[in-house]
Design a protein around this ligand. Sequence first.
Ligand SMILES: Nc1ncnc2c1ncn2[C@@H]1O[C@H](COP(=O)(O)OP(=O)(O)O)[C@@H](O)[C@H]1O
Ligand SMILES: [Mg+2]
Length: 326
Amino acid sequence: MATIEFVGVTKRFPGASQAAVDTVNLTVPDGSLCMLLGTSGSGKTTLLRMVNRLIEPTSGEIRIDGSPNTAQDQIALRRSIGYVIQQVGLFPHMTIAENVRVVPSIEGKSKQEVDPRVDELLSLVGLEPKEYRNRYPRQLSGGQQQRVGLARALAADPALLLMDEPFGALDAITRERLQDELRRIQRDVHKTIIFVTHDVQEALKLGDQLVVMSDGHIIQAGPPTELLLHPATPFVARLLGADNVVSLYEHVPVSTVMEPPNGYADGMRIAASAPVLQALVQLVQTNQPALAVEENGTVVGQITQASIYRQLRTPIETAQAATAKA
Ligand SMILES: Nc1ncnc2c1ncn2[C@@H]1O[C@H](COP(=O)(O)OP(=O)(O)O)[C@@H](O)[C@H]1O
Ligand SMILES: [Mg+2]
């Protein structure tokens, strides 16, 4: 279990005219994936590093399951939290298996005890253990090294994982593959993850919760769909590209734009959780007037091209107006 609460957290670096993080209040529920999104210098890394106390706040408190993170010794705290950064920092003279078991080894666990777990973790992150466990970091591609970094962070079985632009240095295809796998791993191992990114598509794709930061402040926090449909400020609208119709169609689920069922229950069906884009493609390709929306095998609504347009018109117009003004 790990619910993270930021309570009035502020960080002012010595000599800086402005706080890097300014009175942040935020709750990250247990088992959720929270994306910190913002332009460079907005305070994302500083906020993240205060969780495992690589940086100490000037004021405020961070609670993990209700206890302040200052309640335990810094080293013990850091070992209990997984941390993955862009420069993965594998030890070059150690094999992949040795790199993965480094924290359990420090904690006094024997090789025999840990080895099955190492293989399990390598498989989890998509590296065949037989092929990779005895290699050295230099014999791996950047994407593979990043996978090892993730396996290492998971080795101590932390309830909480902090990730700071972990896929930022990878090519687009590798990045997307690792994003998909992180989603799968998240479902399998049920960790609380705080993930820093400046990549909007990454944030929309991975997040249960999106936190938009600017100048050390949280501008808006909520589920991706909510931010896309109801951006709190022109800045959020512009950042998310909510005026980009394709982005709305890709990330807003059918359930948010459907209408009550009205006679199309026997027609073609689409899942309530499917993206609107999929519904649109299906409507156009099949020439159907409507699709029945189903959830757990029951028809809960219907969707037509007109209903998509009606429901998304307002957010699109609002965002376009915001962008035009800016
Ligand atoms: N160690 C530090 N000393 C002084 N200022 C810092 C330090 N680390 C970060 N800052 C400043 O704090 C602000 C937020 O930085 P950071 O948290 O790294 O932003 P982000 O991760 O969103 O790019 C920036 O203005 C940065 O220059
Ligand atoms: Mg940063």
